[in-house]
Design a protein around this ligand. Structure first.
Ligand SMILES: [Cu+2]
Length: 268
């Protein structure tokens, strides 16, 4: 066990020195060609519902985290104020939710997700078992109920949006795969165009960003470089492992309200 921990901490050091950014790459593909950035998963996770998941019907979701040998993992480290983060998206990425399941002990987390429609959803969970590295696990689930009309993924021509009275602009220093890409959000008041500088920490940082590829196989959970900022700028570094469409959700907080800013980009 000691040796395993030694090996794991060795990988952690390598992982951090090889990649300065706070990007976490997870993928449902086992044979990704990104071993250098891919963190080693040390757990197996099972997702189960107490009943049939159905739109607009409350059913508990259980997420059980076990070691690779099948024993419950019972200690976790806080990651941005929470023991577990759960991202739920519809298969077409039109729906997004970010939840924090409650820890019940012995590796079991529970949460009541809200599925607005029937159809397929992908769940992504990330967590850090104590003494280990960040693990990312995902699961595709079918939800019964009236399906929503399909929404196709069309890249935004202009990366500026007005949400909750705020005008948010996203800029990339470049859009390319396999290299560090800097993403800069600038947030202004939509009416007065004044820069907003009273953003509140959301989960201990100025903002959070999740990016998911159009095929839902790639999941990036990115934390800001300027965590302590209160606006108007929030900067993130990430790396897109493959080309194609991504939907990117930025989450920020002002006046006690979290607002979500979605953009769709095509990474050449
Ligand atoms: Cu979270």
């Amino acid at each position: 066990m000691k040796y395993l921990l030694l090996i794991l901490s060795f990988f952690t050091v390598i992982g951090l020195s090889g990649c300065e950014s706070k990007t976490h790459v997870g993928s449902t593909h086992q044979n990704m060609n990104h071993e250098t950035k891919e963190k080693k998963d040390t757990t197996q996770v099972s997702f189960s519902f107490n009943g049939t998941p159905e739109s607009n019907n409350k059913v508990d979701l259980n997420i059980q985290v076990n070691s690779l040998k099948g024993k419950p993992v019972d200690q976790f480290e806080l990651e941005h104020e929470k023991l577990m983060h759960l991202i739920i998206v519809s298969k077409d990425l039109s729906f997004f939710d970010h939840l924090h399941p409650q820890y019940k002990g012995k590796g079991l987390f529970t949460v009541i997700p809200n599925f607005p429609n029937g159809g397929e959803y992908k769940l992504f969970t990330d967590f850090i078992p104590k003494g280990s590295d960040k693990n990312v696990k995902s699961k595709l689930v079918k939800v019964t109920g009236q399906p929503a009309g399909p929404v196709s993924l069309i890249p935004d021509k202009v990366l500026t949006k007005v949400i909750d009275g705020k005008e948010i602009t996203l800029k990339f220093d470049k859009l390319a795969t396999d290299q560090e890409v800097k993403m800069t959000y600038t947030i202004k008041d939509a009416k007065t165009k004044k820069e907003i500088n009273d953003l509140q920490p959301y989960l201990g940082a100025v903002g959070h960003v999740v990016a998911i590829s159009g095929d839902t196989n790639t999941y990036l959970h990115v934390h800001p470089m300027n965590e302590k900022s209160s606006g108007p700028v929030a900067e993130f570094m990430t790396s897109f492992p493959k080309k194609g469409l991504y939907k990117i959700w930025g989450q920020f907080k002002q006046n006690g309200n979290v607002f979500i800013v979605p953009f769709i980009v095509d990474v050449p």
